[in-house]
Ligand binder design. Structure first.
Ligand SMILES: Cc1ncc(C[n+]2csc(CCOP(=O)(O)OP(=O)(O)O)c2C)c(N)n1
Ligand SMILES: [Mg+2]
Length: 517
């Protein structure tokens, strides 16, 4: 049976469970769009390739399954690269497809001529030009499995138009090899970890994104509770604590500080986390062990002597630290005006237990991590990732809606972060990708401004002008609400979450950063 390479690709995507692609139309994509549309695959359109790529990587970070996006050639690739790069930093699975001019014209100065495979290569696990139509499924399969193999990451296929259009007989089509999953953790590794932990007086588990993807987070928390060991998550990694737990003591490595447990612990267990800047590159000389799996086996090994004094101490420090953050906020309060913590308190009050919370922005993100993530930090919440990017939120919220049609989705954003791709509110509304966004508007690149004030005594290129975000939202087909009084935020959030559609709640705030003196 003959089909075009694009049709074979769409069929292979469907076999992997893909039923949508985020996209922005343009040169080099038409045969793929045509094949996808005829096969009933949904094309989620966007107004900036950044958003399309953020949708794909956000979906990957939420579900552990690659989200897919497709863009045209040339500069479109540079726009999409933002989301690809975020997936790269955060080791998240995504598939990026770029179209191009016909194969024989590449390098001759064809329209939007660019070595797209080469441009994407340094920030992806796999980036190849599909130059043989018969290999389209085999290369797709190889890319997909590469994206999903830990450490996960973005993959890219550059597919020229003539390759997409080429007819390929089923008999000539190369298929992929299914690579078996890596073997589980060995009994020796579990025993060795148990020996070290038994000998430690002040162990600390740092649980990162990989644990969210492997689905081992619940087992880790159960082990930590039974052994009385505190658990922290590097800020912006995927959380693993979906419920209040006595063992979870919040995020580590925030710019605004943390309870300071790492410095005093005598053994760090890296569980699906990287020893990067958020952990001070683990330069303290502390004993480090690494265990990504095997928590159930560890828990069942024996009755653990609960190192509860250390856990109590960790909890005490965490409570004191959160109180300091609150005191800092109260000191910044301007009478009669709303502060960022009023927004945080309202979210804490109304966000349903199963709601997806996205956090995008500088200071507002710090307040959220210090106060909302101190007791629980579920994997279905979506922060920016270890890149520290701002501006992913609208694409991320669209991804959260695609990942789950029922969960309430709430985006908490700074005013600066929100405007990177704000026009895509129109695409989200029109395509039924509903969410609620609350914009904490300090008319400023707030966290940078605070830093400048501390270091240089003045902000430099950090002030922003006024935008009526409620009116802007309405002009883009969404609902818009402005809330001036702090006691009205929770009510506005609650009714927006219940209403369906895309709603933007504009909350003007004054204040500063939790790390400020
Ligand atoms: C793409 C990108 N550009 C710039 C930065 C640097 N940056 C980090 S936080 C921040 C300010 C964000 O402002 P806003 O979203 O309004 O949040 P606020 O700090 O005011 O709460 C900036 C510019 C970044 N992290 N990512
Ligand atoms: Mg701001």
């Amino acid at each position: 049976m003959k089909r075009t390479a694009a049709e074979w690709l769409v069929e292979a995507l469907r076999e992997r469970g893909v039923d949508w692609m985020a996209a922005l139309c343009g040169h080099g994509l038409d045969p793929l769009f045509d094949a996808a549309t005829r096969a009933g695959m949904r094309l989620i359109d966007t107004r900036n390739e950044q958003t399309a790529a953020y949708i794909a990587e956000g979906y990957g970070r939420l579900t552990g399954k690659p989200g897919v996006c497709a863009t045209s050639s040339g500069v479109a690739v540079a726009n999409a690269l933002t989301g690809v790069m975020n997936a790269w930093f955060d080791q998240a699975p995504m598939l990026y497809i770029s179209g191009s001019a016909n194969l024989p014209t590449l390098g001759l100065g064809c329209f939007q001529d660019l070595d797209q495979a080469g441009v994407v290569k340094p920030v992806s696990k796999y980036s190849h030009l599909v130059d043989t139509p018969e290999r389209i499924v085999q290369m797709f399969d190889e890319a997909w499995q590469t994206a999903c193999a830990p450490p996960r990451g973005p993959v890219h296929l550059m597919i020229p138009m003539d390759v997409q259009r080429a007819e390929v007989d089923g008999a000539a089509l190369l298929r992929g090899n299914t690579i078996p999953a890596a073997p589980g953790v060995s009994a020796e590794a579990v025993e060795a970890a148990a020996r070290v932990l038994r000998a430690a007086g002040r162990p600390l588990i740092i649980a990162g994104s990989e644990l969210h993807y492997s689905g081992e987070g619940g087992e880790l928390i159960a082990f930590a509770e039974s052994a009385g060991i505190p658990v922290q998550t590097p800020i912006w990694d995927r959380g693993i604590c979906p419920r209040d737990s006595e063992a979870f003591v919040g995020v580590i490595g925030a710019a605004s500080g943390d309870p300071g447990l790492l410095a005093d612990s005598d053994c760090v267990v890296l569980a699906g986390a990287a020893p990067d800047y958020r952990l001070g590159y683990l330069q303290t000389g502390v004993k480090v062990i690494r265990l990504d799996r095997g928590w159930k086996q560890l828990r069942e090994k024996q009755d653990w002597p609960r190192t509860s004094e250390w856990l109590e101490e960790a909890r005490r420090r965490r409570t004191e630290f959160a109180a300091r953050i609150r005191t800092c906020a109260e000191a910044q309060r301007v009478e009669g005006r709303t502060h960022a913590i009023d927004v945080i308190d309202a979210i804490e009050k109304v966000l349903p237990a199963e709601g997806t919370l996205l956090i995008d922005g500088g200071s507002i993100g710090q307040w959220a991590h210090q106060l909302l993530c101190r007791r629980r930090y579920p994997g279905y919440w979506l922060p920016c990732g270890r890149s520290g990017v701002v501006g992913f939120g609208i694409g991320g919220a669209m991804a959260a809606r695609l990942a789950d049609p029922r969960r309430p989705v709430l985006l908490l954003s700074g005013d600066g972060a929100f405007t990177f791709n704000v026009a895509d509110l129109e695409c989200a509304s029109r395509q039924g990708l509903s969410f609620v966004a609350v914009v904490a508007d300090d008319q400023c690149w707030g966290i940078t401004h605070s830093g400048h004030l501390r270091q240089y005594g003045q902000g430099m290129a950090t002030q922003l002008g006024a935008i009526p975000f409620d009116q802007l939202a309405r002009s883009l087909g969404a609902n818009g609400v402005r809330v001036n009084k702090r006691e009205e935020i929770a009510g506005a959030l609650d009714s927006a979450l219940g209403s369906g559609g895309v709603t933007v709640i504009h909350v003007p705030i004054v204040g500063g950063n939790p790390g400020a003196d």
